[in-house]
Design a protein around this ligand. Structure first.
Ligand SMILES: Nc1ncnc2c1ncn2[C@@H]1O[C@H](COP(=O)(O)OP(=O)(O)OP(=O)(O)O)[C@@H](O)[C@H]1O
Length: 240
């Protein structure tokens, strides 16, 4: 087992905070009498200020891993440390609390409330994270300006392009100042220009908001902006 002493060792060596450490993670699913091994021993690290990408064919296990990093699911075996805390040992309530306060999520389909404006969508995220109401106005404005939507703050999703909707989703995901942003194929529904805009926003928020990002992608054209790419084949990482 990887104890806190060895984690401190890792931090000393690299001189930066290890936000996420994954050791020997397996995940199996039982369907009827069959056991399916989806993750077969995953090791990875994510440091503060990094953008890492999980790449791999459909069905290789990327979403399963991302769900685990976000505490939506738990490993069958192995360890996940989030900010030096043993995420894999925690119960649902503790994981939910960390997820609400310290993590943000972005999905392929933009996950906005259709009847709410961009402003109201971001505000909703602050309400959900128990951020005091007095801070909402300034924070919503800041986040929407950060993603380049300062002039579209009161539009509703159907009045925005796909790329703009995804940028509202980013503003919503970072509003409560998470340390970690998890994004599942955030550019998959976008054309290459809009996808590039989303990646620019990601690079920008890593610097200005001090958030780290772990995302999955199929898109080879965006891999070059990653600090590190993990290639997944059949539930394992392979070296390129
Ligand atoms: N709850 C579950 N029960 C049974 N099998 C599952 C479950 N969740 C995922 N799987 C299986 O695990 C495998 C990996 O799925 P996963 O969604 O992680 O792949 P992926 O790499 O994200 O694929 P895609 O790029 O298409 O999203 C698939 O074969 C899937 O059917």
């Amino acid at each position: 087992m990887l104890g806190s002493a060895s984690l401190e060792g890792v931090t000393d060596v690299v001189g930066e905070e290890e936000l996420l450490v994954v050791r020997g993670v397996h995940r199996s699913f039982q369907t009827g009498s069959r056991k399916i091994d989806v993750l077969k021993g995953i090791d990875m690290e994510l440091r503060s200020g990094q953008l890492i990408m999980l790449r791999g064919r459909s069905g290789s296990g990327k979403t399963t891993l991302l769900n685990m990093l976000g505490g939506l699911d738990q490993p069958s075996k192995g360890e996940i440390y989030f900010r030096n805390r043993p995420f894999h040992q925690w119960g649902d309530d503790q994981r939910t609390s960390v997820r609400r306060k310290e993590m943000g999520f972005i999905f392929q389909a933009f996950a906005l409330m259709p009847l709410l404006s961009a402003w109201e969508n971001v505000e909703l995220a602050l309400r959900m994270a128990d951020i005091p109401r007095t801070e909402w106005k300034e924070r919503v404005q800041h986040c929407l300006e950060l993603v380049g939507l300062g002039k579209r703050m009161h539009h509703r999703p159907f009045e925005l392009s796909g790329g703009e909707q995804q940028r509202v989703a980013i503003a919503k995901a970072i509003a409560h100042r998470p340390a970690l942003l998890l994004a599942d194929e955030p550019t998959a529904e976008l054309d290459s220009q809009m996808g590039a805009q989303v990646m620019n926003v990601f690079q920008n928020i890593i610097k200005t908001e001090k958030v780290s990002i772990c995302m999955t992608t199929h898109d080879p054209t965006i891999l070059e902006v990653a600090d590190r790419v993990y290639e997944m084949v059949d539930g394992r990482f392979v070296t390129n």
